[in-house]
Structures are given as structure tokens and as C-alpha cells.
Ligand binder design. Sequence first.
Ligand code: GLU
Length: 342
Amino acid sequence: MKKFSWFLVLVLSMSIFLAACGGDEGDSGGEAESEDSGSTSEEGSEDTASQEGWVENITVLTGGEAGVYFPLGVAMADIIDSNLENVSATGVSSGASVSNAEQLNNGEAQLALVQNDIAFYGAEGSNMFEETLDNYSGVFTIYPETIQLVTLADSGIESVSDLEGKRVAIGDVGSGTEANATQVIEAHGLTLEDFDAQHLDFADASTNLQDGNVDAAFVTAGTPTGAIQELSASADVKIVSFEEDAMNSLMEEYTYYTQQDIPADAYENFDSTASTVAVQAMLIASNDIPEDQMYEITKVIFENLDDMANAHVRGEELTLDTAEDGMSIDLHPGVQRYYEEQ
Ligand code: GLU
């Protein structure tokens, strides 16, 4: 028993001694690590030093997977994720513009692609928004989103008024497409009650058009839109032109519409041009993102424009020169500072 106690004392003191040594080693290891990152990676140390209050997880809201927001939003999230230390970013699919603006305003996400008309209505608290959404600001506009009224070539639908009594996809619930469809229809003297309006995202609208379950679909998106591309690979599609008077009244009433023609080579099996209107796609940021973090986010995106162009051809249209064209709301202060310095 006595022997054992001495042995125990010996073992205990040895382990205390070892633990002390280990602890020292561990401490100096930790210090060396932070010293290392301080001396060898200037960018890393700057980031760590200035990242106080930064939002670590960034959610980028896009739209449906068969649209243009989705590939571009995912590309932006990847750029942020791989270029900003200690920040992780993810692009997620969503109902698009209207719900994106609301979710961003509620703090459920940090960045979102939206239409410039919808961003404006949100900031003003007008149109479909009952309250002013004051917790987001502008980052950049990117490319025109064309209001495309798609149907099969043999549907017999030649004009918006031919939609009367038909089954029409008007976009996902909470999409900008739904808002544009309603405005376009009203500008042509109809209302949503004049036909069987269905809330479908672009992918479902395309499948249902192909299967004969809907007669036409509204799609507000950059061309070529994935969902229409897919449809036009196996069917002859037509995009219906809007009437000139209706386009003029739309542009007069809602300032963010511009006139736009869809060229004949926009899609496969599509051999007519179409006269329609467009809005602009833009990125908005939550005001919860600190100024210096938003400056860095803007900077890394503009330093990796190739990744945007590779994600979708419309990504090529993001440039510093055009970033403020059609900007419908105030810029985020971090974005403002970045532009001023360029
Ligand atoms: N502009 C569309 C909308 O807000 C979404 C476009 C897209 O997903 O590319 O409804």
C-alpha cells in the first residue's frame, strides 16, 4: 500500500510536469500560429484585424434554378466564400424578387438578386409592398431582364388579348415576374380574372407548356433563360409581342420599364423577333452588413468578373461603368466608397 502510494505520487508528479510542458508547448504553438498568420499572410492579418462585427455567414437569395439569378447568385457566393477569410457564403434558390426583398429586409439573408423595379417599390413601400422596406441598399445593376410571354408556335396566341380564357403561368408566388405579368395584362386592358392564372416557377411553367397543361407563360429574366432554352430544344416556341400603346403606357406609369426587342437568335426553334419591355437585374445588400465588409464584398466580386461571366452569359454585363445604370435605390455605404475609389 505504502509502495503504491509512493508510486502514485511519482506518477502524479510526472504527469503534472508533462502536462505543464505540454501546456507550454501548446501555448507557444498557438502564439506561433497567430504570429505566423500575422507575419506571413498580410491579407489574413488585415482581415482578422478589421473583421470585427462582420457577418460570418452570407446567404445570397436568387430565384428558381431554371432562371438566370440562380447561376449568377451561386457564382457570387462562391467568389465571396473563396476570397474573404472567415466568411462563408451560399447561394440559395428562392421565389425571386418580391420575396427576396422581404426576406433580406427581415434579416433572413444578406444579399439578393432582385429586379430594379421591385427594389424601388420595396424601398418606397408602394405597389405590392404594404410597408417601407428600409433595411437594404443597392450594390450594382447587371443586365436587362426581358418580360417574355412564351407560348408554343402553334398555340394560336398572337397577342396579349388572346390570353383571354387561357391557362397562363404568371411566375412563382412572390416573384417579380408575377408583378410584371399583372402590369402587362392590365396595360392591355385585361385583368388576372380574364384567364386561369397559375403560380408556377420557370421550370414548372416550361414543363407544363410542353405537356399542354398551360397555354402561355410569363417569364421576366435575362435571355437566354434556361427554362425557355430547354423548352425550345424540343418544341417550336414563340414569344408574343406587346402592343405599342400598351408598352408606352407601361413605360409612362412604371418608370423602370424600357422597350426591348428579343432577337430571332435568342433561342433555338424560335424564328421571329418579339417586341417587349425589360427591367434591370440588380444586387441588393442588407444594411446589417458593415460598411467595410460590404466594401470588401464588392471589391472581390469586381476582381473576379470572369467567374460571373462563366456562370451565365449575362454575367458578362457586370461592369464598373454600368454598375449604377438603372440603380433604383440608394447604394450601400461600403459599395459607395468602393465606386468612389475606382
Ligand atoms: N426576375 C425574376 C423574378 O424576380 C427572376 C429571374 C431569374 O430567376 O433569373 O421573378
